[in-house]
Design a protein around this ligand. Structure first.
Ligand code: 13P
Ligand code: SF4
Length: 365
């Protein structure tokens, strides 16, 4: 079934109310001393297992500059009763060095409902931190850089969704998780790239909106008989890949396996051997162990999975996500020392957004 593109305007409103109200969690948790950052024999010894996982990507000469911060973060995490949830696009020193849980958007949302920690440090972009807060209103959720946004989340506002509803009464609206809490609050159910087809088909109707990613919607539409209406949003990272460049790589090296994220344009996905969420892509490589693979997605993916798949050669025509890359080790340390920056969501918006997210999480797989 083809997709129908609904005309759009770029969302000019603020990403969500929570961003305006970053509060001083430091008042509630109290100050801790900023750790000394020295590459002592103790730091070298205690971070040696981490270095084993990242040695393929971080040269030994750089390790003394990173290890003290990794060591300090891991110590402070315990002191603050904090858990670090990190997206698969985090850099290897974060992914392998300080994260307690790594995963795609769905896995991180599910893990956010399971943690006993008092504080969640979300190493990812703002909508991911908001999702954790929506699911854990009583916990303190921090993001190391409040400016870590997402072109998809920026492309649609709550008012846009209300307009869609008015113009299309009775058509359910599914929101991709890459949206603000305010947008989720206006939608019927949430989805991620790992369950979008299942969510579309779970509603038992002939026609749905899947917003705001026009490419994800088009890729989903090819896998279902449900008509998928969409919005004119796109991921600024994945929309840059072209089918021609994939064909060119295959011509040069016919043995290479190509796997792509479904935020890529449909003609790119059509050229790939597999398409799936970041977690599904990682699983595909770990299970299949191809001799050579290209991951058509953000650059850190190949860096992170390479240590567990040393026999696989990674061909890397990747694109960086500038928003994900705002999250750095030193900002994570600052977050834990200064208890910043706190992500808040208006309780009424959070309650309505939670309905959409929980409806997705509770779907039987
Ligand atoms: P995943 O849910 O597949 O991790 O995707 C999130 C994302 O932002 C990809 O660009
Ligand atoms: Fe958003 Fe694209 Fe970055 Fe993912 S990769 S966070 S969709 S801009």
């Amino acid at each position: 079934m083809a997709t129908t593109l609904i005309s759009t305007h770029a969302g000019a409103e603020a990403r969500c109310d929570a961003r305006r109200g970053a509060a001083l969690a430091l008042d509630r948790f109290g100050a801790v001393e900023r750790p000394e950052l020295a590459y002592t024999p103790e730091v070298a010894r205690e971070t040696a297992p981490v270095y084993e996982k990242v040695r393929h990507i971080i040269p030994p000469i750089e390790w003394p500059a990173l290890a003290p911060t990794i060591h300090a973060i891991n110590r402070l995490k315990k002191e603050r009763n904090a858990v670090i949830l990190a997206h698969n696009y985090m850099t290897p020193e974060i992914f392998h060095g300080v994260a307690d849980v790594v995963g795609d958007s769905l896995q991180l949302a599910i893990e956010a409902t399971r943690t006993d920690a008092e504080v969640i440090v979300q190493c990812g972009v703002h909508f991911m931190a908001e999702t954790s807060k929506i699911l854990n209103p009583s916990k303190t959720v921090l993001i190391p850089d409040m400016r870590a946004g997402c072109s998809l989340a920026e492309s649609v506002t709550a008012a846009d969704v209300r307009g869609l509803r008015e113009r299309n009464p009775g058509v359910p609206i599914i929101t991709y998780v890459n949206t603000s809490a305010a947008v989720k609050a206006e939608c019927d159910i949430c989805c991620t790239s790992s369950n979008a087809v299942q969510v579309v088909e779970s509603l038992g109707v002939d026609r749905v909106f899947l917003i705001p990613d026009k490419y994800l919607a088009a890729n989903v539409a090819r896998q279902t008989s449900v008509e998928v209406l969409t919005w004119d949003g796109a991921c600024e990272v994945h929309e840059r890949f072209t089918a021609q460049e994939l064909r060119d790589y295959r011509r040069i090296d016919p043995d290479v396996k190509i796997i792509a994220h479904p935020e890529c344009p449909p003609e790119v996905v059509a050229e790939a051997d597999f398409a799936g969420s970041t977690a599904h892509m990682i699983n595909w490589v770990k299970t299949r162990r191809p001799a050579k693979v290209m991951m058509i997605t953000e650059c850190s993916m190949a860096d992170n999975v390479a240590s567990e798949t040393p026999e696989v050669e990674y061909i890397r025509p990747c694109n960086l996500c500038p928003h994900m890359k705002r999250i750095t080790l030193s900002k994570i340390l600052d977050a834990l020392v200064e208890m910043k920056e706190e992500v808040l969501v208006d309780p009424d918006i959070a309650a309505r957004a939670r309905t959409a997210v929980e409806r997705m999480i509770n779907l039987k797989s």
